[in-house]
Design a protein around this ligand. Structure first.
Ligand SMILES: Cc1cc2nc3c(=O)[nH]c(=O)nc-3n(C[C@H](O)[C@H](O)[C@H](O)COP(=O)(O)OP(=O)(O)OC[C@H]3O[C@@H](n4cnc5c(N)ncnc54)[C@H](O)[C@@H]3O)c2cc1C
Length: 308
């Protein structure tokens, strides 16, 4: 027997949930397969247990679109990183998401890997995930009991690789977040090993909103990952900027606050805690002025796409 027996391609979320239900926990959702296939073939013993079925969600229409309605941008969970990178709407109104999806893997991975898979895999350093957290996104979940619910994205993470969703029963349908308006800007930067193991040493996404004079921070959201077992918002960093003049002194102060309040861990595959600590400063020095510039000028050309 291979790693799975049957392969289903449902055309609706309801059908996907029905098919998953028939296997009573012995089936898994597959999107691009760029994380799942590695888990099934090389993961822990439990991950390699043969499955009754894979349920492919990439042909479900409502999960494959990017659109704006009433100030909200919705991105289907089965939208690929490549589609996100090519979206003029997202580049203009959610630039950090384009920048983060634009550095995931190489072109082959981006062509099939999806934003939903990035989030459902539940790693605290997933690049798409980091930007969704800074955008304060919500996720639409179709639970196996028939309920549909918009949940703050941060509530989907329970631990490294542990999602609040059960991908053998529940479907992540879409994400939504407010489109950037005048006086708002976002940016994503990351530090990656040149050999390109699948996750960054650190990634950083920022959203800033300026006051009417465009010279003070009115509001800030920040996410750097990984800094813990789940993605987190950097509340002290955010608060240290609110109401401050958008100048060099604010940048120096926020770096001090970040160094004091953030405690990265050592990873044997990626970097030591000490190195990551230094890189927080580097990331903030790049990402904050960029987000600020975008908020002040309305400029939104994504940087670094394809430079993974
Ligand atoms: C060579 C390589 C390089 C990579 N580089 C990066 C990188 O730079 N940055 C980065 O963040 N990631 C990277 N990845 C990881 C991966 O490509 C991304 O996380 C990708 O977004 C996963 O999406 P997918 O569609 O392939 O997910 P899949 O592999 O299809 O699924 C992943 C998990 O999510 C579940 N799932 C998928 N979709 C749904 C859904 N709609 N509802 C519920 N559950 C779902 C699956 O059951 C599975 O558990 C890399 C992977 C490879 C192989």
């Amino acid at each position: 027997m291979g790693v799975w027996e049957n392969y289903h391609m449902p055309r609706s979320v309801d059908e996907a949930i029905r098919v998953l239900g028939q296997y009573n926990g012995n089936a898994r959702i597959i999107a691009g397969g760029t994380d799942l296939m590695i888990d099934l073939q090389h993961g822990d013993k439990e991950d390699r247990t043969p499955l009754g079925a894979l349920v492919d969600v990439t042909q479900i229409d409502e999960m494959t679109h990017i659109y704006e309605q009433d100030r909200w941008i919705t991105v289907g969970a089965a939208v690929t990183h490549t589609a996100i990178v090519k979206s003029a709407l997202l580049e203009t109104k959610a630039t950090c998401l384009v920048e983060s999806c634009g550095v995931v893997g190489g072109p082959q991975v981006r062509n099939v890997g999806t934003l939903g898979g990035n989030v459902a895999h539940a790693l605290p350093a997933g690049d798409g995930t980091t930007s969704l957290v800074a955008l304060d996104a919500e996720a639409l979940v179709a639970w196996n009991d028939g309920r549909r619910e918009w949940k703050p994205i941060i509530q989907l993470f329970k631990g490294p690789g542990q999602s609040a969703l059960d991908s053998s029963r529940d479907v992540l349908v879409a994400f939504r977040f407010a489109a950037s308006r005048e006086g708002e800007g976002t940016a994503f930067k990351r530090i990656m090993r040149p050999q390109g193991v699948a996750l960054p040493i650190l990634g950083c996404a920022l959203w800033v909103k300026l006051d009417d004079s465009r010279s003070r921070y009115a509001s800030v959201r920040a996410c750097i990952g990984p800094l813990g077992s789940t993605p987190i918002r950097l509340t002290e960093v955010e608060q240290s900027l609110m109401g401050q003049s958008a100048d060099e002194a604010a940048l120096e102060r926020v770096i001090e606050v970040a160094e004091r309040s953030l405690h990265p861990r050592t990873s044997k595959y990626r970097a030591t805690a000490e190195y990551r600590g230094y890189m927080i400063e580097t990331l903030l020095r790049k990402a904050l002025p960029l987000a600020l510039h975008r908020a002040q000028t309305g400029q939104s050309q994504a940087e670094g796409v394809g430079m993974g």
